[in-house]
Design a protein around this ligand. Structure first.
Ligand code: 6R9
Length: 649
């Protein structure tokens, strides 16, 4: 068992919250929850103050989730306007380009405010009004934050689509929320490679429809523009007034939709609202990263390396940090370009004090050896964080000892697109750390472990992770399908929110997330529904049937293992395998690339025709000695074929 790292004394003494503070505050957040949240909500500037703190029930009879009802506010005004008097000239975003030879950009709160107001006025001029959905398909450039905040300013609902998704995936998301406007760039840049974003939008709009495309010129590539539909961002904002009053929004008005993969069907539009999400992201960002002014009054330089296309980019690049008046690095590129030192060079360049990234990036860098790290100083670092997937103790120890020189606590934050912000996480001044454990619940969060019958487990135990009561940052619905929201999260264990994750709780009450227990796989910290990859595969004319499961992968955490039954008469010896891998990349995007694709004459099914995924998982893991009970199979021989046909990987 790995060792416990006590809280360093200078952290306990100087952090916003120490161990006693954590215990007292946590108890109050549960036992006197209304008073606790009424106080925490004061971190937000409300236009009208709220009447009710919370009105939430997970029960089918009176199901519903609402926080701070009666209150009104504007998210963009909270992120920008209210900082202007004191921090107008403070840098909000230190933008670091993909290519270190390109000019970096420093954007102050005053500039960001002006850019947001202008862009908001442009959106209005194009007919966007409160409640309209706006699709954002941009690389990691400051304009991504500008576009999101401009939507928030006028009450439009943004739907950011990760710039690595394919035209097909983009079209599906544009259609699902009936967004009439798409904001993109000519091209993105990642590791020196160009990503044809505008061309992808053009292809998507052959399937979905939108009347306006606003395009940022980023690389300057020569891209065709559609007359009447496409407009150039810079040209269009020139001359637009920079005065744009912020729309007064109800606490429960939608702020954004973000599509995420589930265990069934198409990705669902996770909908977050305004008031609760603002309180939650601001509070968690402040406490988890101990975000407070340095002794000299400056704000610590914070860097969350997530892309704005994922929820971590929403909550901990855009909203949380800006609500808290942070100075942060925003990085366009990848950790290994021009070489494997890039992250740490950026840390040194900007004197980054707080660094937050996914374990997959760390594992990839760890494989390249310590030389790329020790070539840099990293002396500015004080605090490290991880998110997105379980971090194995080996990677944790490398992060701690090599990146942090044994001096920086690591906050391993467990949360989800659905939860809006960190749910189970250490606080650096309060929580002794155990490598691989996300530790203890955030204020207001009541986790529990349940067995298959939904019975709550006490003490040290392992089971399905549920949350017993609402918290302000909880998603409010699946866009356009409230019934699916209830069914997905509240029907498995009635009365509780089911996370889809399994977890273990040790004798100290620490949580250890063991990973997804539904049909979702976590590839490099990105969620992928097995059903999505399967439906992409069966859409190919040569495929009769497909089943996809996760497999252990040294760098990605989990890889994608696809079993494919070709149509009768199809030759699966030739180029079909490569063709199918390409096909999935095109249908969904490179993150869905199958790592192993095995042709299977048939799939193992029960007599009622259900695919036995448990067996497929075991074969994918290479654990063929423990296939378990196969007696319910319609045709046990199928399994022997699969075991024999397993490709060497
Ligand atoms: C924020 C984010 C959510 C899923 C979640 C879980 C996994 C996230 C984790 C973690 C272990 C952590 N996950 N953080 N597992 N330890 N610290 O990643 O959201 O993309 O919705 O993924 O990621 O399985 O259920 P999202």
């Amino acid at each position: 068992m790995s060792s416990t790292h006590p809280v360093p004394p200078h952290w306990a003494a100087n952090a916003l919250i120490d161990a006693d503070g954590y215990r007292a505050k946590y108890r109050r957040s549960i036992e006197d929850s209304d008073a606790f949240w009424r106080e925490e909500a004061q971190r937000i500037d409300w236009i009208t103050s709220f009447d009710t703190v919370q009105d939430a029930s997970f029960d089918e009879r009176d199901f519903g989730i609402a926080w701070f009802t009666g209150g009104t506010l504007n998210m963009a005004a909270n992120c920008l306007d209210r900082h202007l008097a004191e921090r107008g000239s403070q840098v909000a975003i230190l933008w670091e380009p993909d290519d270190p030879q390109t000019d970096a950009r420093r954007i102050t709160y005053a500039q960001l405010h002006r850019d947001v107001c202008r862009f908001a006025n442009l959106l209005k001029a194009r007919g966007v009004t409160k409640g309209d959905r706006v699709t954002i398909y941009l690389p990691m450039v400051p304009e991504a934050a500008v576009a999101m905040l401009a939507c928030a300013r006028i009450g439009a609902v943004h739907s950011v689509v990760f710039a690595g998704f394919s035209p097909e995936a983009l079209a599906g998301r544009i259609e699902d929320c009936a967004s009439d406007i798409v904001i993109t760039a000519d091209e993105g840049l990642r590791g020196g490679k160009r990503v044809p974003l505008k061309a992808n939008v053009d292809a998507a709009l052959e399937k979905a429809s939108a009347s306006t495309v606003i395009m940022l010129r980023h690389t300057g590539a020569d891209v065709p523009m559609v007359e009447g539909r496409d407009i150039d961002w810079a040209e269009a904002v020139a001359g637009v007034p920079d005065d744009c009053p912020a729309e007064e929004m109800d606490a429960e008005d939608p702020l954004f939709i973000l599509y995420t993969s589930g265990s069934t069907g198409k990705p669902k539009g996770v909908l977050h609202t305004t008031g609760g999400y603002a309180v939650w992201t601001s509070m968690t960002h402040e406490y988890v990263f101990d975000y407070q002014p340095n002794a000299d009054g400056s704000m610590p330089v914070y860097w969350c390396a997530a892309d704005v296309g994922w929820v971590t980019g929403h909550s901990y690049v855009v909203y949380g940090p800006l609500l808290n008046g942070a100075t942060q690095v925003m990085f366009e590129g990848v950790p290994n370009f021009p070489d494997q030192s890039r992250f740490w060079q950026i840390v040194d360049k900007y004197d980054v004090e707080i660094f937050y990234a996914a374990p997959t990036a760390l594992r990839a860098l760890m494989r390249e050896g310590d030389g790329y790290v020790t070539a840099t100083s990293r002396k500015s670092l004080r605090l490290l964080g991880t998110v997105g997937e379980p971090i194995n103790p080996e990677a944790w120890n490398w992060y701690y000892n090599v990146i942090g020189d044994g001096r920086c606590p690591i906050v391993d934050t467990w949360w989800q697109t659905e939860t809006g912000g960190a749910m189970i996480t250490p606080l650096p001044g309060a929580t002794p750390l155990k490598p691989g454990s996300a530790t203890l619940p955030m204020f207001g969060v009541q986790p529990a472990l349940v067995d298959n019958d939904g019975k709550e487990l006490e003490g040290a135990a392992e089971g399905a992770l549920v949350i017993k009561a609402s918290w302000p940052g909880q998603m409010r619905t699946v866009y356009g399908d409230h019934e699916r929201f209830f069914q997905t999260y509240f029907s498995t264990f009635p009365g509780s929110y089911f996370t889809g994750d399994g977890a273990r709780r040790d004798e100290d009450g620490y949580y250890w997330i063991t990973g997804r227990i539904d049909d979702v796989i976590n590839v490099s910290g990105h969620r992928m529904g097995t059903a999505e990859v399967e439906s992409a595969l069966v859409a190919h004319p040569s495929v009769a049937e497909a089943a996809v499961v996760g497999m252990p992968h040294e760098v990605k955490g989990q890889g994608i293992y696809a079993y494919v039954t070709p149509n009768a008469g199809v030759d699966s010896d030739g180029s079909l395998r490569a063709e199918l891998v390409q096909w999935v990349r095109k249908e969904i995007g490179p993150i869905a690339t199958p790592d192993v694709l095995q042709f299977a004459p048939a799939l193992p099914k029960t007599r009622s025709g259900k695919i036995m995924r448990r067996i497929l998982r075991k074969i994918a893991e290479g654990d063929v000695a423990n296939l378990g009970d196969t007696s319910t199979l319609a045709d046990p021989e199928v399994v022997e074929h699969l075991v024999a046909g397993r490709p060497a990987s």
